[in-house]
Design a protein around this ligand. Structure first.
Ligand code: SIN
Length: 304
């Protein structure tokens, strides 16, 4: 077996394939389709202090090579996550990344404090990049100075690895990656969805009630690989790459471009077992290519 272990701060993952937030529920929904302990980790749907109902329907539509969503961060809230979801997840042996967001700095800090104390949560992923809400999303990730301050404040109450999920809806992602590192964040995940829109020409109505949503899936992969490459060259902390991964080659692209780990999102809806399949294929690939340790693949891009 090749060594597929990677580190995200103090957390060791058995392999670098992670199921992305918002596409994997709270984990147990997928337990019949794959072995949760056989993937690197999964990231929960974004959690808030109170439960949220999300945006009006329709809030998902298919697009060529992708989809647009405007879920609006619907979730069960942190209390129900701890009481109703976490006990079963703990038994599954999964590595759990709790994705979270607040509407104020205080809410971000309070959630981080709560999640950090939970047995069965291994790392936190701070969402500062949702394009679908008025408060608590991208507004917290659109100013590098503010992002650095938010990251530092959250990190003060959080002993577990803190991953910050960045938005691609900025002119230059590099200052944001630097802000996370300067604020003491342990890793970056990039990218969240690209703002997009789709129109039904028969009805002349937007396919998403809120008109604009977040585009994900293979359509955004080249943008995501480029941004992961830029982040990885800017910071020393690990970068977790996501955006349109649908195959082993897609995952390899991100790793070679500099990602320490990858997240699979939209394709979980098409093939619920894809994360385990990709982890197994990655192992077979390393054995075939005589790559003893995945570390030698990470950032191995040849540019001259
Ligand atoms: C949503 O719930 O609207 C999507 C979450 C996100 O893009 O961060």
């Amino acid at each position: 077996m090749a060594i597929l272990k990677v580190r995200i701060g103090s957390l060791e993952l058995s392999n670098p394939v992670i199921a992305a937030s918002g596409t994997f529920g709270y984990g147990m929904e997928f337990a019949e389709r794959l072995d949760l302990a056989a993937i690197g980790a999964f990231s929960t749907k974004g959690l808030s202090l109170k439960p949220r109902g999300g945006n009006p329907m329709p809030r998902i539509c298919e697009t060529p090579c992708g989809m647009i969503n405007s879920i609006g961060l619907e979730n069960v809230g942190v209390d129900a996550f701890e009481m109703d979801k976490l006990p079963a997840i703990r038994k599954s042996g999964a590595k759990v990344i709790a994705n979270f967001f607040g509407e104020t700095e205080e809410e971000y800090t309070e959630l981080a404090r709560r999640l950090d104390a939970m047995d069965g949560v291994h790392a936190l992923e701070m969402n500062v990049s949702c394009p679908n809400v008025e408060k608590g999303g991208i507004e917290f990730g659109s100013d590098p100075a503010f992002l650095e301050k938010l990251t530092a404040g959250v990190k003060k109450v959080c002993g577990k690895p803190l991953i910050v999920k960045l938005s691609p809806n900025v002119a230059d992602i590099k200052p944001f990656a630097k802000a996370v590192e300067n604020g003491g964040g342990d890793a970056i995940s990039a990218i969240n969805t690209l703002k997009g829109m789709s129109v039904d020409v028969k009805t002349r109505r937007p396919r998403i009630k809120r008109v604009i949503g977040g585009l994900s899936g293979p359509a955004i992969k080249p943008v995501a690989v480029r941004m992961v490459y830029e982040c990885a060259r800017t910071v020393k902390i690990p970068v977790i790459g996501l955006g349109g991964i649908a195959s082993l080659d897609d995952a390899l692209e991100f790793l070679i471009a500099g990602a320490t780990a990858v997240q699979v999102g939209t394709m979980n809806f098409v093939e619920p077992g894809i994360c385990q399949r990709l982890a197994e294929e990655l192992n077979a690939y390393c054995e075939k290519e005589k790559i003893a340790d995945i570390a030698s693949l990470i950032g191995s891009l040849i540019t001259e």
